[in-house]
Design a protein around this ligand. Sequence first.
Ligand code: NAD
Length: 264
Amino acid sequence: MGLLEGKKGLILNIANDRSIAAYIGDHAVKQGASVGIGFLPMGNLEKSQRRAGKAMEEHGFGGAWMHPCDVGSDESIAAFFAAAKEKFGTIDFLVHSLAFADYNYLKTDEGVFTSTPREVFRQALDISAYSLIALARAALPMMPEGGSIVGLTYLGSERVVPGYNIMGVAKAALESSARYLAYDLGRKKVRVNTISAGPIKTLAASAVGELDEMFAHMEKKAPLHRNINADEVGKTAVYLLSDLSSGVTGENIYVDAGFNTVGL
Ligand SMILES: NC(=O)c1ccc[n+]([C@@H]2O[C@H](COP(=O)([O-])OP(=O)(O)OC[C@H]3O[C@@H](n4cnc5c(N)ncnc54)[C@H](O)[C@@H]3O)[C@@H](O)[C@H]2O)c1
């Protein structure tokens, strides 16, 4: 029997077959879960839907329920959860695997971080961090028996990773929000945790400056002397979404080949 047998959950968002969300969906379904998927309607709705649908097929859960969701819009979040409620009734888990910051401010050049405009800060924090609170609030009525919420973060929240810049600030807010949500929702038996993943080649990651250097540095310095893959994030997500982690909340788990533990 799978670790998520009989459980239902929502995973936001899949952009393409490389999306970490697609790997989490893959592993959740393999462990017996029914999943509903979010995708961002970018310009052409059908095109975004087709790309996410193709990714789901490639990951072995083609045909699963999917619906557009732009977390920058309260109306879009409400429409997503209204449709999800109609489809699933109740859910057992929610995955927040999405982020955005203007790539012009994710460069390693001197002075770029200092030049971050107010609007770029606001948008990065809104889309990448506030959205966890908004999605948790929307999901709560669908979790009458409690549940598990997981968000995706990166070490750039705690340490300076050149080029990660404003996204690091947003991830610090995301991690802190996860802890406050864990405290706020604990009596409702809703657990909230984050996974801090090492660098993985995805659409979002390609916006960050000098990604290849990060991969090379990981191989050289991480205790496992290699990079991680999205499959490994998917497996840890299953642990956090399942009853195996029933006593764990407000935590951040590193899936980074141990890199965060190394000082030099
Ligand atoms: N790839 C990495 O190296 C890495 C490492 C650690 C953490 N993460 C985190 O993992 C999560 C998933 O990213 P990914 O690497 O799979 O890249 P991705 O580009 O596949 O996923 C990012 C998702 O965010 C969505 N998104 C952007 N703006 C949105 C909005 N306004 N409303 C709703 N969705 C929106 C995109 O549509 C996309 O589906 C992100 O939180 C990212 O920061 C990634």
